[in-house]
Design a protein around this ligand. Structure first.
Ligand code: ZN
Length: 289
């Protein structure tokens, strides 16, 4: 027991002794380095040491602007977040809108108590669809400019051996009401709404819609098969040169509100018709509705 106690005391002394030597050596080394940094001049070294301590507050002052820069960095981050936001927002917005797609579905009639007192005119173009009905009293008759344009088109088609006929143009409110009610009685309202307009919602009431067929080809009148005939193809490719557009194109039912009608053309004027044809868009898309 005694010998181990003595050994412990010896170890302790030995440890302290070497610790002192080591610390002294470290401080000597630091002093040597410091002196070497200041040309081995003791006075200069002491001044530098004093400066080092007095400069410490200056260093914290230097840190202060560094801290001030942090908010600037945060602002930058916020700024980039802000610039990124518009990128994420349009993605989020449609997601917010998707729960209520009903108003965007142009095939669905809005729930309104009565027809408007004025027709909808956008950029000088009269618009009539399921979302934009016409007044019951709107009765302009067949549009003379549209008729003249059709006659020009028919003359051009005749040169290609095609006898175009406008078998249905202006239709007054009362006539559309009679037609629609007949279709509902025959096929039910859901089916009738897909191929016929409710009174006040028909483009034929504008006097600008022309249902086109070919003379002697009556079996294709008001039929999707017209689009496959020589006459149907000719009108589809040339109508815009006379100011007409294929009003209800294939695959655009959700925008126009109506299933494809290869025979229904709408007069909008050459400029609009050419743009709509070239861009392969609908009247609704052209008007930005
Ligand atoms: Zn029609």
């Amino acid at each position: 027991m005694k010998s181990t106690k003595k050994k412990n005391e010896f170890d302790k002394k030995f440890y302290i002794k070497w610790m002192v030597i080591a610390m002294t050596a470290i401080w000597a080394a630091i002093a040597a380095v410091w002196l070497s940094m200041h040309n081995w001049d003791t006075e200069e070294s002491m001044k530098a040491l004093a400066q080092a301590f007095t400069e410490q507050p200056a260093e914290t002052e230097q840190q202060a602007p560094a801290e001030q820069e942090e908010p600037a960095v945060k602002e930058e981050q916020e700024a980039t977040e802000e610039t990124e936001q518009p990128e994420t927002q349009p993605e989020e917005q449609p997601q917010e809108e998707t729960p209520a797609p009903a108003p965007k579905d142009a095939t669905v009639y809005p729930e309104i108590d009565q027809l408007p007192s004025e027709p909808t005119i956008v950029n000088g173009i009269l618009l009539a669809n399921k979302q934009h009905p016409l007044p019951e009293t709107y009765a302009p008759g067949e549009n003379a400019e549209a008729r003249a344009a059709f006659d020009s088109m028919a003359q051009a088609a005749a040169k290609d051996g095609l006898q175009l006929v406008a078998f249905s143009t202006y239709r007054e409110f009362a006539r559309q009401k009679q037609l629609y009610e007949g279709y509902v009685a025959k096929d039910g309202q859901a089916a009738a709404d897909r191929y016929s307009a409710r009174p006040g919602y028909s483009e034929h009431q504008t006097g600008l819609a022309f249902d086109i067929g070919e003379a002697g080809q009556e079996q294709h009148w008001a039929s999707s098969s017209f689009g496959d005939t020589a006459g149907g193809k000719w009108v589809k490719e040339n109508a815009h040169n006379y100011g007409f557009i294929l009003r209800y194109p294939q695959g655009k039912e959700q925008i126009t509100g109506y299933m494809h009608e290869s025979w229904h053309f709408r007069y909008v004027g050459k400029e609009a018709a050419t743009a709509i044809y070239n861009e392969n868009i609908t009247l609704e898309e052209y008007l930005g509705i």
